[in-house]
Structures are given as structure tokens and as C-alpha cells.
Ligand binder design. Structure first.
Ligand code: UDX
Length: 429
């Protein structure tokens, strides 16, 4: 089939590369010349394991075409995916301006029959606007159906998540569009959820908000465990063994971040509010998430007293491991609060330094793990990168001024660290 993706963020680029690899001809339309020029050389605008190899392979096979132009991509395509960003506005709802702008450009270029599907998470109601724009702008004779095919891929494992998803959700009122989209996904072996547009969109918001809720629950249990001297990791392991609960997304830490959970929780609260329903459960999820971030700073103050003038080393900046993404990373809040209190911060992240420099310009960036510890009064772990797991604790202790560790991701065994002579504080332990 012939497909176009508008947008080459995580969702657009990864899904485009995977569909090209299945043998489809795939156009990817962007609006920044520099990024498109780089993509034509196989250079991705972000880091994702395995992605550049997949892009290069399909560029070479001429199945993947990067362009700034809507022609000939749109008139040629059977399916056009809208995969542009929907950031949160100041009011907490999703900013649809790019989606609507793109819809107009697609509409003007439609020829023959085309299915236009959103991969961007768009709140209920917005689809009607996009549909209206497509109908109003298309030429006579062009036929269009509209669908929602939400994406559930995670950064860091985006390619395998796209090839082996838990389910494929296709939301559309049109039988014809449904058939086209089912055919497009035939190479993916996953159960299909065939439904209407609104339901498909709500599945996406409800899934991400539920996962955020699980994390906040884990963080609340961690907090309580600290107060009553229980071991949160055992508690969560114990509850996770119940198949009805499941053991995934129950790791306490500095709170969830990234481009999806914070935005989607806020958007679902806002959608509910617009429909006169106060989704206070999700408001509490956000409060607990914020507390998890504050708790790391509270622990730092607990160890150091006044943090003014103290050297604090940070391992990990990205919102999670295996990505260079700093969007809504816990590290941004935590480091800013510590800096406001006068702490001196030195940090290391294996991939996220470049993106971190934009949001955290006033910290010292170390170029390897151990230099973070030189002369440090305290070491804080904020991202669970594999390469932090087996560090040499003798070396760490030798380099630090005082051996204090706040392990925000529970990477280390408290008993072993204490045997090395560290003052160790984890989350919920
Ligand atoms: C998420 C969803 O998982 C994915 O289905 C959706 O398509 C996009 O949003 P992503 O943002 O890439 O994916 O990361 P994810 O692995 O879900 O982690 C999100 C945040 O939660 C990270 O900050 C992570 O560190 C945190 N997290 C995750 C925890 O704090 N504890 C956990 O147990 C799991």
C-alpha cells in the first residue's frame, strides 16, 4: 500500500519505518528543511535504539521517502496518518493548531479515495473539526474517510512495541475505511479492537492515565512504607503477583515524566471537566506524582541540612532510560529546586546531555559516570540507565566528599551499599 505520515516524531517516524519495512511505500512529510535533509541521509532527529538502521535500510530500498511537499505524497496515498504533536495548552487541554493546519493541507491535496487517520492523541470532539476541514477543503470527486488509530509505543522500545503491540485499535464510522486499515495492519499479529472514533481516542487516554495511576499508587505505597518501616518493593512485588493487578508499571521513583503520561492525564481531566465530570482520582494522581519529585529534594535536605553551596552529583537526566528525551523529565524539577536552594549540580546522562542543555543550562555536565562523584556531598540517581547499575562503589566512595546516595530508581541493594559505608536512601525502602 502507499501511506503518508505527517510528522516525524517518535510515533510518526517509528511507525513509518516499520510500515516501510513491511514492504509499503511510505512518505514522511515534515516542515523543517534541516530535519528532512538529515532524515534523507538516515539521521534521526532523536535517539531510539535500532531506528537509524531501519530508516537507512528502507531509504536504500526506496520504500521510505522524506519530503517537505504534500504532492505527490497525498494524492498517491491510500492512507494518510496525522502524527504531529498535540502539546498541552496553559488551560491543560491539547493544543490542536498543528493538527487542524495539517488537515487543511491534506484536504486540498486529496485525490481518489483516501483514509485519513490520526495517530496524534486528539480529544473527543476535535475529530469533528478535522473531518469538517477535510470535507470543506477537498476537491470535488475526492473521497475521504476519517479514523483514529492510536499508538501505544514506548520510547526506548518503540520498534518492537510497533511490531508486537498488545492490540491494534481502529476507530472509524466507515466500514470501507475499517477494511483498508485492517488490511494495512495485516503483517502485525495482534488482536483488533474495532470501534468508533470517540471510543478509540478514549482508549488511548484511559490506558495512559491508568498506567500513570499505577505509578502514583506505587509512589504512594512507597511513601507509606517509609513511614511504617515496610519494604515497598516487597509490597509491590507481593501485590503484582495477583494477576488482576499485574507486576508492570509499579516501580516507585521520582514520578512519571515524558511526552505522554503528564499530557494525557491532564487532557483526560480537562475532557472530563468540559463534560461536567470532576475526575478527581486523576487530579490526585498528578499531586502524588509531584510529591514524588519533591520527596527527592526533601531527602536531600534531610541528609545535607542546608544544600546551599553543596556539591550534588546527578546520574541520569532523561525521563527514563534508553532515550535522549527530556520532556517533562523529573530531573528538570528536582535539579531546578536544588539549584534554587543554592546547590551546585554536576550531572551525567549517556544520551540526553544535548537535549538537557536546553532546559538545564546552568549545571555542569560531566562526560563520564565517575567524574560526577568528584568532591560530591551527595549522589542522586534519577534515570535507570543500565550502565549505572554495575558501578564500582569503592571508586565512587573514594571520589565523593561524603558517601551519601539517594537512589531515586532503587537500582542498588541497600544492604550492600551500607556495607560499603554509604548513607543510602532509596524510594520506599
Ligand atoms: C508511554 C506509554 O507507555 C505508551 O504506551 C504510550 O504510547 C506513550 O507513553 P513512554 O512515555 O515512552 O510511553 O514511557 P513509559 O515507559 O511508559 O514511562 C513513562 C514514565 O513513567 C517514565 O518517566 C518512567 O520512568 C515512569 N515509570 C514507568 C515509573 O516511574 N515507574 C514504572 O513502573 C514505569
Amino acid at each position: 500500500m502507499k501511506i503518508t505520515f505527517i510528522g516525524h516524531g517518535y510515533v510518526g517516524l517509528v511507525t513509518a519505518a516499520v510500515f516501510a519495512d513491511f514492504g509499503n511505500k511510505v512518505y514522511v512529510i515534515g516542515h523543517t528543511k534541516e530535519k528532512i535533509d538529515n532524515l534523507k541521509k538516515g539521521i534521526s532527529p532523536f535517539y531510539e535504539p535500532g531506528l537509524e538502521e531501519l530508516v537507512k535500510k528502507n531509504l536504500k530500498a526506496k520504500r521510505l521517502i522524506f519530503t517537505l511537499d504534500y504532492k505527490p505524497a497525498i494524492p498517491e496515498s491510500d492512507v494518510v496518518f496525522i502524527a504531529v504533536g498535540t502539546p498541552t495548552t496553559k488551560m491543560g487541554d491539547a493544543d490542536l493548531s498543528t493538527v487542524l493546519d495539517v488537515a487543511e493541507k491534506i484536504g486540498k491535496n486529496l485525490e481518489g479515495y483516501t483514509v485519513v487517520a490520526t495517530k496524534s492523541t486528539v480529544p473527543a470532539g476535535a475529530n469533528k473539526k478535522v473531518q469538517r476541514i477535510l470535507e470543506e477543503t477537498k476537491h470535488q470527486g475526492a473521497e475521504v474517510d476519517y479514523a483514529s488509530v492510536p499508538e501505544f509505543l514506548r520510547e526506548g522500545s518503540a520498534i518492537s512495541d510497533t511490531i508486537n503491540p498488545d492490540r491494534i485499535v481502529i476507530g472509524t464510522e466507515s466500514k470501507r475505511a475499517q477494511e483498508v486499515l485492517v488490511k494495512l495492519h495485516k503483517s502485525i499479529n495482534a488482536p483488533l479492537v474495532l470501534t468508533n472514533f470517540e471510543t478509540a481516542e478514549l482508549i488511548k487516554y484511559a490506558a495512559n492515565s491508568f498506567l500513570a495511576l499505577k505509578i502514583s499508587y506505587a509512589n504512594a505505597i512507597a511513601k507509606l512504607s517509609e513511614l511504617i518501616h515496610a519494604d515497598a518493593l516487597k509490597v509491590l512485588e507481593g501485590i503484582g503477583m495477583d494477576k488482576r493487578i499485574g507486576n508492570l508499571f509499579l516501580s516507585p521513583g521520582p514520578g512519571y515524566g515524558g511526552s505522554c503520561f503528564p499530557k494525557d492525564v491532564r487532557a483526560l481531566i480537562s475532557i472530563a471537566k468540559d463534560n461536567d465530570y470532576a475526575f478527581s482520582l486523576l487530579e490526585e494522581v498528578e499531586i502524588i506524582n509531584q510529591q514524588a519529585r519533591r520527596d527527592i529534594v526533601r531527602k536531600a535536605r534531610g541528609i545535607l541540612g542546608d544544600v546551599r553551596g553543596k556539591n550534588i552529583g546527578i546520574l541520569g537526566l532523561a525521563f527514563k532510560a534508553n532515550t535522549d528525551d527530556m520532556r517533562d523529565a523529573a530531573a528538570i524539577d528536582i535539579i531546578s529546586w536544588l539549584q534554587n536552594d543554592g546547590a551546585k549540580i554536576t550531572a551525567f546522562d549517556p544520551k540526553a546531555e544535548e537535549s538537557a542543555r536546553e532546559v538545564l543550562p546552568k549545571i555542569t555536565y560531566a562526560d563520564e559516570v565517575y567524574s560526577v562523584m568528584d568532591g560530591a556531598d551527595l549522589l542522586i540517581i534519577l534515570t535507570e540507565w543500565n550502565e549505572f547499575k554495575d558501578i564500582n562503589f569503592e571508586e565512587v566512595k573514594k571520589r565523593m566528599k561524603t558517601p551519601n546516595i539517594i537512589d531515586g530508581r532503587n537500582l542498588y541493594d541497600p544492604k550492600i551499599l551500607r556495607e560499603y559505608g554509604f548513607n543510602y536512601i532509596g524510594v520506599g525502602r
